[in-house]
Design a binder for this molecule. Sequence first.
Ligand code: PLP
Length: 377
Amino acid sequence: MPGFEWIDNRELEAVKEIFDDGGVLFAHGWDSSRKRYHVRELEDQTSRYFGTSYSNAVSSGTAAIKVALKAMGVKKGEKVLTQAFNFIATIEAILDCGAEPIICPVDDNLHLDLQAVDKLCDQHDLKAIIIVHMLGMGGPIQDLLKLSEKRNVPVLEDNCESIGASCNGKLLGSLAPCGVLSMDHGKMITSGEGGIVLSQKESIFSYVRSFSDHGHAYDPNLPRGLDPRVMPGFNYRLTEIQAAIAKVQLTKLPEMLKSNFERYSLLSNKISTKFRERKELPGHEGSYDTYIFFVSEKQKEFILSLIAKEGFSTKNLPDAMQWHCSYFWSHALPDSEIEASVSTFEHLSKAIAIPIFGKVSLEKYEKLANTIVDNVA
Ligand SMILES: *Cc1c(COP(=O)(O)O)cnc(C)c1O
């Protein structure tokens, strides 16, 4: 997740421009003291890039999930499905809506298990399904959208972790009626903190716009202060500085993806001759910021030591597995959902995740791949 690697003078210049233009750091109003509206420009740029009708910037990816769920009509006491290989943000967002998380396992390629989703639709009255495109690869979004239609349960795409990945040429986050991106410091594009709600529906966009800005009605023709309030909302606004940085980062995304893919392919070509690797679904292209392969319990410690010796971490798996598997989240989930996470925990326990840094040389990745392949029987 390498957006921070690509920060250079261009982001700095973009911030400086705000101060040269009058120094308005707020996304709304102060019309006579400013030349541009960076948050609004970021939203337009994002809609064009992702091919969505609407984008609304918010203060974080977690806020984006929460506001999106509210816009989809999720209310207190209702149930929302999400997956066991995940980040806690989706569960926190569900809980913050007063709703109940229902955990669904992933398959042995670490993608959302649709047979299990179908069963859970029989067992529970679900209000929404959150698919999470984890660690640079998309989940089965097209088949899930078919299931969603059959079951009449809407889908939210959490694409905080695979920004730039696509399915049949369409960017993930734009396929469901609503999708979210994160721009925190670990993500593909970063503004330090920040999130975006992508949507094809005006009703979702206008709810998100209003809720994340204290309930201000969305009416571009009314000056700030004269726009009526339509609901009690909250402050989940992004600042102009964050937006100016994110605009530059988004222009760098194609170059980041290319660089990731070169490194990913190199690891894949070599390591997959000896180990089972995480498979990409047909029609998908990842953001390739993580290479995942599966090993036996016996080989695991030795391979981890080889990777460490080559100067790489094993980010997420196994290092930060507790951050990515709901099996460990008894502070937030009832026993039934911890139980539902066991098979995912078992799949993840066999996985090793090598982080891809687009600015680390191909030679270093080649040496790493050779070391693993040559030293493991
Ligand atoms: C990072 C992340 C989030 C939350 O984003 P923040 O901007 O850090 O709040 C949500 N979901 C997933 C899958 C993430 O990786």
